[in-house]
Design a binder for this molecule. Structure first.
Ligand code: DGL
Length: 257
């Protein structure tokens, strides 16, 4: 099998990375994908950096052993813990990590108030602190750790009253002091976008890093001459560390909505 026809691996702590996979499929529809979620060890955002780094390196090894020609770390938390180490370990393989889309939010509305929703670990990490420092002259950046939000998405619960109450409580303080934009800095959160928009109202612009990450992977594969030349639509092989059919069904459903 030539390298160009090998699959692209997409990795997340659970089902959230499907929000990145759907952008990849729009921009690179002819590629085959392996989507691997580590739901057994989720949530990553509540763990320490060393643990998340080890879990991410183990997942990457598992995916490269299946012949992946490139890796998208479709998890902001895993990216902040491990992407640098992965690039050092595998310098010859295109590896792209997602990070919160602070840049477009801070630059498109000068002097705006930007709420960044992410996991506690992403917000604590140096990578995010540096990102925030880079744009703090252009906008007021308000980090908001969201412990527990990903669990609703892992259960496939995107519309319940419990979920609405959880989000209202989380966002209440920011309703009093309105924000101009919201950055969804965890790949699970785009699946909560409708509910977040309902709560915050129509004047808030919402950003996530999925599309930018997909574009970056396309650029890296083009540069390395690794794009799949065939014309048919590619496949997705869904895998999850929980080995639970319901997780795979949930992934397929999330890819369609
Ligand atoms: N989807 C992951 C992210 O983008 C985090 C969810 C978790 O806490 O495991 O940060």
């Amino acid at each position: 099998m030539s390298k160009q026809t090998q699959p692209i691996a997409v990795f997340d702590s659970g089902v959230g990375g499907i929000s990145v996979l759907r952008e990849l499929k729009k921009i690179l529809p002819n590629e085959d994908y392996i989507y691997y979620g580590d739901s057994k060890n989720a949530p990553y955002g509540m763990k320490d950096k060393e643990t998340v780094k080890q879990l991410t390196v183990d997942a990457a090894e598992y995916l490269f052993a299946q012949g992946a020609k490139g890796l998208v770390v479709a998890c902001n938390t895993a990216t902040s813990a491990a992407v640098r180490a992965l690039r050092e370990m595998y310098p010859e393989i295109p590896i792209v990590g997602i990070e919160p889309a602070v840049k477009p939010a801070a630059t498109l509305k000068p002097n705006g108030r930007v709420l960044v929703m992410a996991t506690p670990m992403t917000i604590r990490e140096e990578k995010f602190q540096k990102l925030m420092a880079r744009y703090e002259d252009m906008a007021e950046i308000i980090p908001l750790p969201c412990p527990g939000l990903m669990d609703f998405v892992e259960r496939g619960d995107l519309t319940s009253e419990d979920f609405r109450r959880y989000l209202e409580e989380l966002l209440f303080v920011h309703r009093i002091h309105p924000v101009d934009s919201v950055v969804l800095g965890c790949t699970h959160y785009p699946f909560a976008k409708d509910m977040i928009c309902e709560i915050l109202g129509p004047d808030v612009t919402v950003y996530d890093g999925g599309e930018g990450t997909a574009r970056e992977m396309k650029r890296r594969l083009t540069e390395a001459d690794l794009l799949n030349p065939r014309e048919e639509i590619g496949t997705v092989d869904f895998q999850n560390s929980l080995e639970d059919d319901n997780k795979i069904k949930l992934c397929k459903w999330l890819l369609e909505i």
